[in-house]
Design a protein around this ligand. Structure first.
Ligand code: ASP
Ligand code: MG
Length: 411
């Protein structure tokens, strides 16, 4: 019998009615001749509420206690899902992450899965149970509860599909799949049928947050194919898999926009070994994530180092870097909030030339100024003014022929 792992996100189990809907979908999958392991997230909003509760209770909640607290969200959801299945005449049982055999390292609130021993799941499946597993959690070698970082139920599902050697892994969510661009911004955006792990990673990292990045990395490492699809519709979604030869035929798979970015430039800094190390270890010391980094060509012994961070981190970064400016004898710190990052992603870039030129030309014709550029083998990203972001996405989407044809409005 086919074994299928299904994951249902917070919105999909957001109310008793939706939980019943999920229960029906699971039972239907079983009726089609599958054994089902369902991974469930906390009901929509629950994790956020628990975090808020913790912050309202303590200024510095311990990470260990955060894990004990946050894990309850998924535990409630799996119990309710199992009840709903049973109420419909099915045979289901819920398991916590620990009970499911998910062993992690000791890094509370951002634990990595070390090992999965799915013996109990297998025994229950053999007894014809539908096994409902709490996402986002596991236990460390001491048997303490750990969680896998925000969005971690995706990782639970992918890892279980790998450990159980499942025939399919379906990630049910509140969107129809992965899109060529955010459909709220580009009306012509289309659902992508197939995407390679690398493309999805570049797109996820670049703002199309359909999947937890760590889950996609895990899927890539262990070759776990998965499908992202809607829990409210019967349509197929987007299949993420190892790249195949014909995937390169498409120049650009998708475009993503990341807003609320800030650009920081350490101006005219001495061009000497160790300076970049000083700047970025200072930033890292403040736990600030840095995205694009660009160093300009050295001129008269000085250079400019620019990078982007989330806008919310700008005050922190400014505070950290200001004393450093004098120390490294830079001429100043230039900061600019309200910028956005636009990324075009596609493995087809490797075999099609001129993609960068086409992108820059298209933005240029649209009067959109490019402030920073960075590239990878399969991505070109530009920093632009936040106010230009939507228009840049629309122009680029059209330039690369990504969308479906939308007839012009009548009149
Ligand atoms: N409930 C957790 C979160 O909100 C994990 C998940 O939904 O995947 O991040
Ligand atoms: Mg300069």
């Amino acid at each position: 019998m086919r074994l299928i792992v299904q994951k249902y996100g917070g919105t999909s189990v957001g109310s008793p009615e939706r939980i019943r809907n999920v229960a029906r979908k699971i039972l239907q999958t079983q009726e089609e001749g599958c054994r089902v392991v369902a991974v469930v997230s906390a009901m929509a909003g629950v994790t956020d509420n628990l975090i808020k509760l913790a912050r309202d209770t303590s200024q510095r909640p311990e990470e260990r206690e955060m894990d004990v607290l946050l894990a309850t969200g998924e535990q409630a959801a799996v119990a309710l899902t199992a009840m709903a299945i049973n109420a419909l005449g099915g045979k289901a049982i819920s398991l916590s992450g620990a009970e499911a055999g998910i062993l992690t390292d000791r890094a509370h609130t951002r634990a990595k899965i070390a090992n999965i021993t799915p013996r109990r799941i297998q025994a229950l499946l053999a007894e014809e149970y539908i096994v409902v597993v709490a996402g986002f959690q596991g236990q460390n070698p001491e048997g303490e509860t750990t969680t896998l970082g925000r969005g971690g139920s995706d990782l639970t599902a992918i890892a279980l599909a790998g450990a159980l050697n499942a025939e399919a892994c379906q990630i049910f969510t509140d969107v129809d799949g992965v899109f060529t661009c955010d459909p709220r911004v580009v009306t012509a955006a289309q659902k992508i049928d197939e995407v390679s792990y690398d493309e999805l990673l570049e797109m996820a990292g670049a703002g199309s947050k359909v999947m937890q990045s760590r889950a996609v990395e895990f899927a890539k490492k262990f070759g776990v194919e998965f499908e992202v699809r809607s829990s409210f519709k019967a349509d197929p979604g987007t299949l993420a898999k190892e790249e195949t030869a014909n995937m390169e035929d498409v120049v650009i798979r998708g475009i993503s926009i990341e807003r609320n970015q800030a650009k920081v430039t350490v101006d005219d800094v001495r061009d000497e070994p160790g300076i970049a190390g000083r700047i970025f270890s200072t930033i890292a010391g403040g736990n600030i994530g840095v995205d694009m980094i660009v160093q300009s060509v050295s001129e008269h012994g000085t250079t400019d180092v620019s990078f982007t961070i989330h806008e919310n981190d700008l005050p922190g970064a400014t505070e950290l870097l200001t004393p450093l400016i004098e120390e490294v004898r830079a001429s100043g710190l230039i900061t600019k909030g309200g910028v956005a990052k636009l990324s075009v992603v596609g493995i087809g870039m490797r075999s099609h030339s001129g993609v960068a030129a086409r992108l820059f030309d298209c933005l240029g014709k649209g009067g959109i100024n490019i402030q920073l550029i960075s590239t990878s083998e399969i991505k070109i990203a530009v920093v632009i003014d936040g106010q230009d972001a939507d228009r840049a996405a629309q122009l680029t989407h059209k330039e690369f022929g990504l969308g479906r044809f939308v007839p012009p409005a009548a009149g």
